[in-house]
Write a new protein. Structure first.
Ligand code: MCA
Ligand code: AMP
Length: 493
């Protein structure tokens, strides 16, 4: 019996004594040791009553056991559902109620809050591998009978915020994840000779799938950093070959004078994604290191869609070509436009998800019957097939690689007594690419922006908080009555 993703990424390493994860304390775990830990955790999950197809919610720090838990969920046939550690109780309530998991794993510090949300069993996973999950795993067998799973079975459920304000759970199958890992590993020529600097969070596609799945597939070594730290990356560069990051990683590395050609001489590849990489960052990075950052483009729903080439021209400001096995169309109302014309980016292939959890209408709106997914990103393709993203039709702010949907914030701000209406928009930010501003129109002139912030902010993860509130007499609107966020952006940069 087979388990598509487990066999390809994990089981193959059962006898592999090569080093896998090197942690912040300098300790290194072999691949075989990792697979034994995965089995111990799979035993814990199964004893906790998790059955094949059940969701496991994980909101935990970036630890060895957190990434091993991903493997354990796959081995036990469960659906892994990681959540941003910044989410508040209010945000968690929605995810937990929507996904109805069979088990929640969280930091002991949030255990009490999470237990208040419902009666799902909870295990804890906290710093230094402490907590009830790790303790329970320590006493378990290092063997676990892998639960059979096929290509179409779900392996993960990743929530992505929606333009309507409600987050949508993207259902990702074993085939979705494996096919993308295979394409990227081949295209970027990742092998067991590579050493990846992993400084991304592991609750999103970029850090969990793009980085970890390719490393696992190739048998590469991973320097697993518990958090982003430019200084620590600088120290690791001479003994590493690969870095994957959001554009903020690269602007922060550029700010360190130690970043030079010599320092990066051993590095084979720098990958950027999740947000637009400014052409000036690309150029400045090449000038300093002699290396051209490889930019690629993807989404939670589709995994990676395009990539600049490994060999050949990596062009600043473009996201490259459709990955092998992945189709990309630029369309106007569903009909392909001519090369060179701007339109909606649509994509089809084994990379494209299975639909939104419990949201058949949303799925039907964004995933066409012919298999093409409507990304909401606007792009243009040149005659060679090279794609550039020129904007977004969806109202979305990307700060430091995190997506923030204005509608979600506007709903919370509009609920404040004394606020008539609001418009949340993004403005350029030197570190995060974009940052969040909120324009508010007041009903109650006594209300202050501090008063609004005090009510709004406990509901929302810190990275979503508006960095500034602006009080206006009225929001600028076009003749159709639509709020003109471009006008707000131009006036409040
Ligand atoms: C931290 N803060 C942020 C962000 N990160 N605010 C807005 N946007 C952010 N991304 C807040 C903190 O709460 C803090 O608030 C203040 O900013 C300064 O924090 P700092 O210590 O500078 O931040 P950091 O901890 O160094 O984090 C910056 C970071 C991090 C390393 C860029 O945001 C990060 O790891 N981003 C990667 C996100 C990612 O993996 N995205 C992939 C999504 P205060 O001090 O005021 O309390 S997957 C995806 O998009 C698709 C599929 C794809 O194509 O990959
Ligand atoms: P998420 O919803 O978190 O999966 O974020 C996906 C979105 O991030 C895409 O729809 C794009 O708008 C954006 N994105 C990802 N990679 C890039 C990139 N290289 N350049 C510009 N935008 C990107």
């Amino acid at each position: 019996m087979t388990n598509t993703l487990f066999d390809a990424l994990f089981a193959r390493h059962a006898q592999n004594d090569a080093p896998f994860l090197t942690l912040d304390d300098g300790s290194t775990l072999s691949y075989a040791g990792f697979i034994r830990r995965v089995a111990q955790l799979a035993n814990v999950i199964a004893s906790a009553g998790v059955s094949p197809g059940d969701r496991i919610v994980v909101q935990a720090p970036k630890l060895l056991d957190t990434i091993a838990l991903y493997g354990a969920a796959v081995q036990a046939g469960a659906v892994y559902l990681p959540l941003n550690t910044a989410y508040t109780q209010n945000e968690l309530t929605y995810f937990i109620e929507d996904a109805s998991p069979a088990l929640i794993v969280c930091d002991a510090r949030s255990e009490a809050e999470i237990r208040m949300i419902g009666d799902t069993p909870v295990l804890t996973l906290s710093a230094n591998e402490s907590g009830t999950l790790s303790q329970a795993a320590d006493g378990q067998s290092e063997q676990f009978e892998t639960v059979p799973r096929g290509t179409e079975d779900l392996a993960a459920l990743l929530y992505t915020s929606g333009t309507t304000g409600r987050s949508k759970g993207a259902m990702l199958s074993h085939k979705n994840l494996l096919s993308n890992a295979q394409s990227l590993t081949e295209l970027w020529q990742i092998t067991d000779q590579d050493r990846l600097i992993h400084a991304l969070p592991i609750f999103h596609t970029h850090g969990l799938f793009v980085a970890m799945n390719t490393a696992l597939l190739a048998g590469a070594q991973v320097r697993f950093m518990s958090a982003f730290d430019a200084g620590a990356i600088i120290e690791e560069l001479p003994r590493s070959t690969l870095l994957m990051g959001v554009p903020t990683f690269y602007t922060r590395l550029l700010a360190d004078p130690r970043l030079t050609k010599d320092l990066t001489a051993n590095m084979r590849l720098f990958v950027s994604g999740s947000a637009p990489l400014l052409a000036e960052t690309h150029v400045a990075f090449e000038a300093r290191t002699g290396r051209r950052i490889l930019e690629r483009y993807g989404m939670t729903e589709t995994n990676m869609i395009t990539s600049n080439p490994y060999d050949g021209g990596r062009v600043a400001g473009t996201v490259g070509f459709a990955l092998p096995g992945t189709e990309v169309l630029i369309t106007d109302n569903g009909a392909p436009v001519a090369d060179g014309e701007i339109g909606m980016i649509e994509t089809r292939g084994d990379n494209v998800f299975q639909g939104y959890w419990n949201m058949p209408e949303k799925t039907a709106e964004e995933l066409r019957e012919n298999g093409f997914f409507i990304t909401g990103d606007l792009g243009v393709k040149d005659t060679e097939g090279r794609v550039s993203i020129v904007g977004r039709e969806k109202d979305l702010i990307i700060a430091g690689g995190y997506n923030i949907y204005p509608k979600e914030l506007e709903d919370v701000i509009n609920d404040v007594d004394g606020v008539l209406e609001s418009a949340v928009f993004g403005v350029p930010h030197p570190d995060f690419g974009e940052s969040v501003l909120a324009a508010v129109v007041l009903e109650d002139p006594e209300l202050t922006v501090e008063g609004i912030a005090e009510i709004v902010e406990p509901h929302l993860a810190r990275f979503k908080h508006p960095r500034r509130y602006i009080v206006l007499d009225a929001l600028p609107r076009n003749t159709m009555g639509k709020v003109q966020k471009n006008v707000l952006r131009a006036e409040h940069v």
